[in-house]
Design a protein around this ligand. Structure first.
Ligand code: LLP
Length: 419
């Protein structure tokens, strides 16, 4: 499931770097990303949506390491952010604020001020009160705020169970009715300029029908607005294209983008997308070491040094990630068991019922962990966050050191109890 991962002489190798070398240099647990895989994923997006057809805004939440953001900035990506923190990361990595779109239901005053100060491309407004807040702040600062409404196309959920965020009852976006009101308000407001419309119907989509359906609804809506004299510049279709974790047949990115473009054939607006997972998910893995093989009468646990605090997806969503030994061990008897971490929670597993031929001390790779891995990690159980490494061919570079234990409580106060 990872394009640049292969087994060479029995050893798992990312591009041409053996993962054993990574573990030796940086220890475990460790996130490892392949630059070539990210470039390949980007190329598919660019093929389907060339610069003259639209813009690609990388969803920073998927993986926000500065080196990854820098790579995307150099490839010509814009960015989709959901917080002031992500905005500062983009700037720190050399991204241009004017390529940034700002999504999220709870934008705080300071986040709006900072985004206006830096001059972002567009606020994706998710409620009428938010529109009012943005207008007030922009007016107070004597600037114009570029806005798009994030609309909720309410695509039928029954036939497409993967859609979670495009439903009328979800907290995201505004209904088309609310947007109609909002656009009129924005058109009349001197401190607001209308940029376009945005939507994002969900993540890990493996079927393009809901995407196409949402696009068709957006097209009808855009035409209706145009009839009213509300002309948009940009139509942002969000992210959501899925990847193969297990046996899914993922969408062909370039082809899906061409289909989406076809929906808008003849329309003057520029298209935009906000992919996260499909740009970085299959480019990264989590490298971990087996601490113990714990065998009980009828059950085996592979206790590893990575845990739910490093990769939360299995515990949180029962997400399935392939787990493979880094070095082949033909002499070792395969056993079936659960791959678990050291965290004190029953839900702390990376994989259940896996058949592995490994012994204590062996390395395992948890695949397709490049998206929503490190960014969702925590310090639960006072565990330092893992190191991150970027591989290019046979060279590798540390892009974030493992956190130091003392760092974790450095800002805390040990108050004296009242005597
Ligand atoms: N745009 C907006 C407004 C979003 O909310 C998201 C993701 C994206 C773009 C990027 O979607 P993608 O292309 O990555 O599917 N933590 C979950 C995924 C949460 C996605 C949230 N929104 C997971 O680990 O599966």
């Amino acid at each position: 499931p990872m394009p640049t991962l292969s087994r060479r002489n029995g050893t798992l190798t990312l591009e041409t770097t053996p993962l054993t070398a990574i573990a030796e240099s940086y220890g475990t647990p460790c996130y490892v990303y392949s630059e070539a895989a990210i470039r390949a994923a980007w190329a598919a997006y660019r093929e389907g949506l060339p610069p003259e057809a639209g813009t690609i805004h990388y969803a920073v939440k998927a993986n926000s390491n500065l080196s990854i953001l820098r790579l995307f900035a150099e490839l010509g990506a814009g960015f989709d952010i959901v917080s002031g923190g992500e905005l500062e990361r983009v700037v720190a990595a050399g991204g241009k604020p004017e390529t940034v779109v700002f999504s999220g239901v709870g934008k705080a005053v300071w986040e709006i001020e900072r985004a206006l100060e830096l001059g972002i491309g567009a606020f994706h407004v998710e409620s009428l009160p938010e529109l009012e807040r943005i207008a007030t702040i922009a007016q107070a600062h004597g600037v114009t705020a570029p806005i798009s409404f994030r609309v909720n196309p309410d695509v039928d959920p029954k036939t497409h169970p993967y859609i979670a965020t495009g439903l009328a009852r979800s907290k995201f976006g505004v209904t088309l009715d609310e947007a109609r009101i909002g656009y009129r308000q924005a058109m009349d407001h001197p401190a607001l300029s209308v940029v376009g419309v945005a939507c994002h119907i969900g993540s890990q989509l493996i079927d393009d029908a809901p995407l196409i359906e949402a696009a068709e609804r957006i097209r009808r809506f855009v035409e209706e607005l145009a009839d009213e004299g509300i002309r948009l510049t940009t139509i942002d279709l969000g992210g959501g294209i899925g990847i193969r974790y297990r046996d899914e047949s993922p969408l062909d990115v370039a082809q899906t983008l061409r289909r989406l473009r076809a929906v808008f054939a003849g329309r003057p607006e520029r298209l935009a997308v906000e992919p996260g997972r499909s740009l970085v998910g299959a480019a990264g893995l989590l490298l971990t070491r087996v601490e113990y093989v714990k065998i009980r009468d009828d059950h085996t646990f592979f206790v590893v040094d990575a845990a739910m605090n490093d990769l939360m997806r299995p515990a949180l969503y029962e997400a399935w990630h392939e787990i493979v030994p880094v070095v082949d061990r033909p002499e070792c008897l395969p056993r079936t068991g659960d791959v678990v971490g050291p965290v004190c929670e029953t839900g702390d597993f990376l994989g259940l019922g896996r058949t592995l031929a490994v012994a204590a001390g062996d390395l395992l790779a948890v695949l397709c962990a490049g998206a929503y891995g490190m960014t969702m990690s925590s310090n639960y159980n006072t565990r330092p966050r893992a190191a991150e490494v970027l591989v290019r061919d046979s060279s590798h570079q540390l892009i974030r050191p493992r956190e130091k234990r003392e760092q974790l409580w450095a800002d805390e106060f040990a108050l004296l109890p009242n005597a």
